[in-house]
Design a binder for this molecule. Sequence first.
Ligand SMILES: Nc1ncnc2c1ncn2[C@@H]1O[C@H](COP(=O)(O)OP(=O)(O)OP(=O)(O)O)[C@@H](O)[C@H]1O
Ligand SMILES: [Mg+2]
Length: 334
Amino acid sequence: MKTNQACVVLLEHVTKYFDQRRPVSLWKREHSRIYALNDVSFTLRRGEFAAYAGPNGAGKSTTFKLLAGLLRAQQGQVKIFGADPCVKRIEVMRRTGVLFGNRSELWWDHPVRASFEWKKAVWDIPDGVYRTNVKRLKELLDLEPLWNTFSRELSLGQRMRADLALTLLHAPELVLLDEPTLGLDVLAKRRMIDFLKLANQELGVTMMVTSHDMDDLTEMANRLLLINRGRRAFDGSYEALLRMTGDHRLVRLITSADPPVPEGLTLVDRSGDRCTYRYDGTKIPSPRLFTLLAGIPGIRDIQMEPENIETVIANLYQKWSSGREAAAPEAGIG
Ligand SMILES: Nc1ncnc2c1ncn2[C@@H]1O[C@H](COP(=O)(O)OP(=O)(O)OP(=O)(O)O)[C@@H](O)[C@H]1O
Ligand SMILES: [Mg+2]
């Protein structure tokens, strides 16, 4: 795997483990080695928007810490813009913005604006660039009402907006966001997603975002990277994931009679005159489905919809945790 101009992030056979020591008695300690990442490789090209997802403890935050130069891998190569973030931390961070949703970079006991002024001074951001970026970020993230508020007095959503703006203040070309929508209400989340899409599409910022909300991720990103127990488990588009897991769809019927369950469909819910069936769109094409439904008497209404991505992913995690499928086959982008 070679780095080139368009390759913004590169992980090549990266292994990161933590040695843990737990006291089991007064005299005895138990040693264990946790593999947070185990031989993980992927690249991110300029302008891509990748969602990085996986169950708790899968290794997502560890990946971001390696990319931010906060941790060093025991094996393999980590490169951002062709440089090792541990060695060229300042150069890399001038072009990169990193946000850990559970940790604030704002000065707790100061007004929000003080953190921005501090970053301007420390990062030596030119006056013109600072003014333009602050104006734009204030507008897009609705920061004006918070500008003079003490950071400690912000609500979680307000804090997250201010932190995101601070991350973007130096106009980074690469943005790594670890759970940026954590705890946001529906409206705040909507604004955040719209903002990130805009930054990616109009400014060409390369994005990598983690979240446990799959709906958010599939809406924002065109590439899905799934990680499980420190190993890359899937890399490709949402459509490719559906081809792998099965394109599960739901069909809801309102009937006057007690309907049978057609072959190939599974009954998932029945209450009164309403029934919901699940079927795999890759196995039952639409013409076949219509033929099956035509055999059901007394249908008054039909609705069809794809199964919620949350359910698709939850089923996948369930398979992984029960060990039936340690790692799914790769698909799509390599
Ligand atoms: N500093 C550390 N010391 C020891 N073990 C660690 C450390 N940091 C992470 N780990 C372990 O590495 C594994 C991966 O952790 P990581 O925080 O990367 O997971 P994650 O995918 O971000 O999970 P979550 O969705 O819960 O945020 C976990 O088993 C965790 O316990
Ligand atoms: Mg995490």
